[in-house]
Design a protein around this ligand. Sequence first.
Ligand code: PLP
Length: 404
Amino acid sequence: MIDINKIRTDFPILAREVYGKPLVYLDNAATTQKPQCVMDKITEMYSTVNSNVHRGVHYLSQAATDKHEAARKTVQRFINANIPEEIVFTRGATESINLVASSFCRSFCKEGDEILITAMEHHSNIVPWQIQADIRGLKIKVIPINKDGELIMEEFEKLISPRTKLIAATHISNVLGTINPIDEIIRIAHSHNIPVLIDAAQSVQHAKVDVQKIDCDFLVFSSHKIYGPTGVGVLYGKEEWLNALPPYQGGGEMIESVSFEKTTFNKLPFKFEAGTPDFVGTAALATALDYVSSIGLDNIAEYESDLLRYATEKMLNLPGIKIIGTAQHKSSVISFVFNKIHPYDIGTLLDKMGIAVRTGHHCAEPLMKIMGVEGTVRASFAFYNTKEEVDMLVKGLERIIKMF
Ligand code: PLP
């Protein structure tokens, strides 16, 4: 059970007003707010152990290293990776995908090879593959979706060819909220010996993700979307895959030994962590993950799906509304458009009422084209949102409809 009153007090920003109105924050798919414990951890790190990690023999360096490596173990437990070395810290989901795209394609792809993605990918799971496609003459193939925004799985199997080298799919769409059948995607891919990268940027904060159970080869997510600080991300990779990939960036930390003639590389995970890592951020991410675990992902999933049901029902009563993304299995995201009212106008007017939503293409321009819209308004809910806030959104939309 979610104790909503207690939870809301954990997030100080939720008590603030904007334009003299209580803040209603419904832009959680873009970034989540931070509980006090995460902010306290950042202060604690800088005020008690700040020192560069891994290199120093002195007390502070050791203490900072311990916190950073403990954070790796927390992430390992959170997604149930086999060993901590399978967790690579990055700057975010975007950098994690760029790392895999760059290192994987460099080693495993030749001209004419194919990468399979879905029609509902965020730009960060499209463009890194396109960059590699341009460099190496690869082809990108796209798994289509139906009008509800669900993958057409029969088409997926048909798109697999002997040249398919990797499948990169989002677990949950940041626009449609569709929860993709990743178990099935991975099972089918593996039956063809094709590795799978799962973009979990929109899923780890909503439901339990167990990398060993789903058996993905790579999985990425961002700290800031799961109540942690910005600028930190995670790449999970199966040990054998990470060992098989060449380094992504060069620099300190990722080397074993360097001479002007030749460099040998460090072991996992440091081979992929060039330069000083954000050890304050990783410690604070661990605090965020512990916080989420203390509430319980099952409780979060149940609370948010009730909120989604409530919001969908209420919003469908609004005249002229069209919800974009009506999959059977959906996470707590509602994208919508109205006849004759531009999404940007809706977003701007809601903002003046204290309600924060996102408008535009949500970094998924190809998906907008497929769904036949230029952009949408997106309300995305977290476990600290309430039915009263949904009512405020609906009231705000009713006022806007009257104005037009
Ligand atoms: N993938 C998905 C599905 C997303 O929604 C986002 C961000 O909105 C990203 C990747 C990129 O995340 P970041 O900007 O934190 O790297």
